[in-house]
Design a protein around this ligand. Structure first.
Ligand SMILES: Cc1cc2nc3c(=O)[nH]c(=O)nc-3n(C[C@H](O)[C@H](O)[C@H](O)COP(=O)(O)OP(=O)(O)OC[C@H]3O[C@@H](n4cnc5c(N)ncnc54)[C@H](O)[C@@H]3O)c2cc1C
Length: 421
């Protein structure tokens, strides 16, 4: 495996885990993601798509069970081990890493906060799934609300954002859903269940929402066209429409006032995972550039012997390791607060800093790496072209870097204390 210097001593167990996940990323994720990258949007979601093969392989090694504690069906990993897996997934394929992330959202949250009925009907079969019969996605963004969902929980004037585009209303023992999620819902075209954020019918703002698990084979659900985006061809995106869709009360996981802290803390979890994926992508781009610069000869010597290339490579390395160690700490901090201490008001600034910083690093490193490849970097012959497109998409996925930074800034200005204990 490629060199991966660790500043902190890892246990033998951690090292073995890293080696085996890296092997998986290299032998399963990478080749299938490059295959999907060159496949048409329609074929990316067909029954023969490599996506399903990879999902089955991820199920086989239990990637879907990494977040949960062991008493709820998880693999009993430490938070550091969870981070290690997330970074390797990002190294192998940002699309499959994203797919693994959104797949876990509805079922993991149902396992943590759901009723016995939903645990029996959905969580248990998902945990035991080996065939990809239960695949999750996360429906937040709407035609009229993108960054609004990132900023809604701290903005003082949230009512000016308007109401959500997906409305949910109670009717006896059921809830009825109407509306549309935007075309960017990752994995929506191939998934079976959505963790949906919806606006309560009489609610005043996006904060008055519900988080509900929707089986996407329910009557009234319709999926739209698969999007063809600049990056992430290895994780299909598409819209989902709801027309009087009925779900049992047991499938509603969070309602006001819990919904507000629930959504905010969920964004902490997704932020540190996106940060880890970004570090993995940055590391992949750096390693590709290093390898290429050693073999490509110009001016009578390998590129690595030219001073400007040496400096570029060093600066890329510096960015990757600083991002890794900050994101890793933030990851362990957020998971400890959420899972071990069950703190419901963990400040968002640390998780947002992890996500924003690592995303910027991934883009800068992929950009510099492509430059080192020269014109070859623009061709589909080398993976660097794909890594660059994926890194560009990262600056928008799961919140734009600007919206995430603004949200962190609000938290910082209102809550950062300069009184040391
Ligand atoms: C690859 C990918 C995967 C995704 N996966 C999912 C998914 O699984 N589920 C899901 O629900 N969504 C998903 N999304 C959607 C994503 O979360 C949104 O695209 C993102 O939050 C930005 O929303 P928007 O695209 O509507 O941009 P907008 O919110 O319209 O923003 C446009 C621009 O204006 C800026 N801006 C917006 N509001 C403000 C403000 N108040 N102040 C200052 N500047 C502002 C933004 O920073 C941005 O530069 C995905 C997106 C991508 C690209």
């Amino acid at each position: 495996m490629a060199e991966y210097i660790d500043l902190e001593p890892l246990s033998n167990e951690d090292k073995l885990l890293r080696q085996s996940i890296h092997k998986f990323a290299k032998e399963v994720l990478r080749p299938n993601s490059t295959l999907l990258d060159k496949t048409s949007p329609k074929d990316r979601v067909s029954m023969n798509s490599p996506s399903f093969h990879v999902i089955r392989e991820m199920r086989r090694i239990g990637i879907h069970r990494i977040h949960l504690p062991s008493q709820l069906g998880g693999l009993g990993l430490t938070h550091l081990q969870r981070y290690i897996i997330a970074e390797e997934l990002g190294w192998g394929s940002l699309g499959f890493a994203t797919l693994a992330g959104v797949d876990a959202i509805p079922f993991t949250l149902a396992a943590l906060y759901g009723s016995e009925r939903i645990k029996e009907e959905l969580v248990k079969p998902w945990l035991e799934d080996t065939e990809g019969r239960y695949i999750g996605c996360w429906g937040v963004t709407e035609p009229e609300h993108g960054s609004d969902y990132i900023l809604a929980f701290r903005d003082k004037d949230v009512e000016s954002f308007g109401r959500g585009n997906v409305i949910i209303e109670q009717d006896g023992d059921e809830w009825v859903i109407n509306g549309q999620k935007s075309a960017w819902v990752s994995a929506a075209p191939i998934c079976t269940h959505m963790g949906l954020h919806a606006q309560i019918k009489d609610g005043k703002s996006l904060r008055d929402g519900a988080f509900v698990i929707v089986p996407l084979n329910a009557k009234g659900v319709r999926k739209g066209e698969v999007m063809d985006m600049l990056g992430l061809h290895d994780c299909p995106q598409g819209p989902v429409y709801f027309d009087n869709v009925r779900v049992p009360s047991d499938y509603v996981i969070a309602l006001p006032p819990f919904y507000e802290v629930f959504s905010d803390q969920l964004l902490n979890i997704t932020s540190v995972n996106m940060g880890a994926f970004a570090v993995g992508l940055a590391r992949a781009a750096f390693e590709e550039a290093l390898q290429y610069a050693k073999s490509r000869v110009q001016g009578g010597k390998p590129l690595v012997e030219h001073k400007n290339i040496k400096l570029k490579l060093y600066e890329m390395f510096e960015k990757v390791i600083t991002a890794r160690y900050y994101v890793r700490r933030a990851y362990e901090f957020v998971y400890r607060k959420f899972f071990d201490e069950q703190v419901i008001l963990t400040p968002p600034r640390y998780a947002r800093a992890a996500q924003v910083y690592a995303k910027k690093v991934a883009f800068e490193v992929a950009h510099e790496a492509l430059q080192i490849f020269g014109a070859y970097g623009l061709t589909k012959e080398f993976i660097i072209e794909k890594l660059f497109r994926d890194a560009r998409a990262l600056l928008i996925e799961d919140g734009t870097v600007e919206a995430l930074s603004l949200d962190a800034a609000d938290d910082l200005i209102n809550n950062y204390s300069i009184e040391y204990e």
